[in-house]
Design a protein around this ligand. Structure first.
Ligand code: 9Z3
Length: 334
């Protein structure tokens, strides 16, 4: 690490080399983010409410994570994730009757609203001048196909209070909130599902290695070396949500590596499902890998021409598997 405040090499090795409990070290050396308590409370009340109603709850993580380069952050390292996977999946889980905690990167796509991300909202509206003095704004449904259906679904979800959206920006916030969400869902036992679609950075600059102030260009290009982010799937499965149904995602760019890496993740973390996808064709094809089999879901040419969501198929498969998991593992936290 050669940022202005880089620590001696020995301390870095100690931090990154500790196997198994590196997540403990992370939380011990990074403070909880702003508004953490409030968000944690919200997730707890939401989970408790739906636990009482016996509703299945899924935690969906969605979008990228920003990795700050300065503590008073001007610059950060980011990734490609748009949040489409998470936002689309949330809609399908909601339509299957689940309650959803949607932990998403600020400004990435959100359920229902995502449909308007590629169209100008103002172009969908028109001023209805037929009515006397009061002007009414109406939606031109030719420019907003499915608006009525979407609105109905959204309102049903809102009335039943089945969607809680919680925002994060930075990696550290994400990790704190993931742990809080997992703890909140602990009581839901096997009725809780984790659907970890966020593209979480594998690397970061630990708090104590970061310069406080904006890195000065006059000092020349910074030499930045990054540490590995602890894989939170390990404590999630072993400590925080031991009875839940856990689905993680594996993203690769090399097709030859994908299945092998997905299997390795399943063996290493011992959870239920890995959904493997390749960056370029992630919207049209995924492979669902479980402990004893794998199968691929691909959109047909016809589905592609209708802009169908592959998430509809993914969620259908997962909800079936989750139902079976609940039957096999008992219906609650005990
Ligand atoms: C995924 O693989 C998601 O499917 C995508 C969705 C991020 C590709 P978009 O947000 O894309 O719709 O644009 N998410 C997990 C990626 C990831 O970082 N996985 C880690 C890994 O591959 C494991 S937790 O090592």
């Amino acid at each position: 690490m050669t940022t202005p405040t880089s620590p001696p090499q020995s301390s870095r090795l100690k931090r990154t080399d500790s196997v198994g409990d590196d997540w403990v070290q992370f939380f011990a050396t990074h403070d909880a983010p702003q508004n953490y308590k409030e968000k944690r409370e919200k997730m707890h009340s939401f989970a408790e409410e739906h636990f009482k109603k016996q509703t299945k709850v899924v935690l969906i993580t969605s979008g990228g994570t920003a990795v700050p380069m300065e503590s008073r952050t001007v610059r950060f390292i980011d990734n490609f994730s748009s949040g489409t996977r998470g936002a689309a999946s949330a809609e399908y889980f909601l339509s299957e009757g689940y309650a959803v905690i949607f932990l998403f990167r600020h400004k990435s796509l959100e359920p229902y609203m995502r449909h308007f991300s590629r169209h100008s909202f103002l172009d969908m509206l028109q001023i209805d001048s037929e009515t006397d003095n009061s002007q009414i704004i109406t939606v031109d449904q030719t420019k907003a196909p499915n608006m009525l259906e979407l609105l109905k679904s959204y309102q049903t979800v809102k009335t039943s209070k089945r969607l809680l959206s919680v925002e994060y920006v930075f990696l550290q916030e994400y990790l704190y909130l993931l742990r809080a969400a997992a703890e909140a869902l602990h009581f839901a036992g096997s009725k809780a599902m984790f659907y970890l679609a966020a593209a979480v950075s594998d690397f970061y600059i630990p708090g104590q290695d970061m310069p406080e102030h904006k890195i000065q260009s006059s000092d020349g290009p910074p030499q930045i070396s990054l540490c590995k982010v602890p894989k939170m799937l390990a404590p999630l499965v072993r400590h925080w949500a031991t009875k839940a149904f856990v689905t993680s995602f594996k993203l690769e760019t090399d097709k030859d590596l994908l299945l092998k890496k997905a299997r390795q993740a399943l063996i290493k973390f011992n959870h239920q499902v890995v959904i493997a996808n390749i960056l370029e064709d992630r919207r049209r094809q995924v492979t669902i890998v479980t402990q004893d089999k794998h199968f691929t879901i691909s959109l047909t040419e016809e589905e592609l021409s209708h802009e169908a969501d592959i998430e509809e198929h993914i969620v259908k498969k997962l909800t079936e598997q989750h139902a079976q998991f609940i039957t096999e593992n008992g219906n609650g936290s005990t």
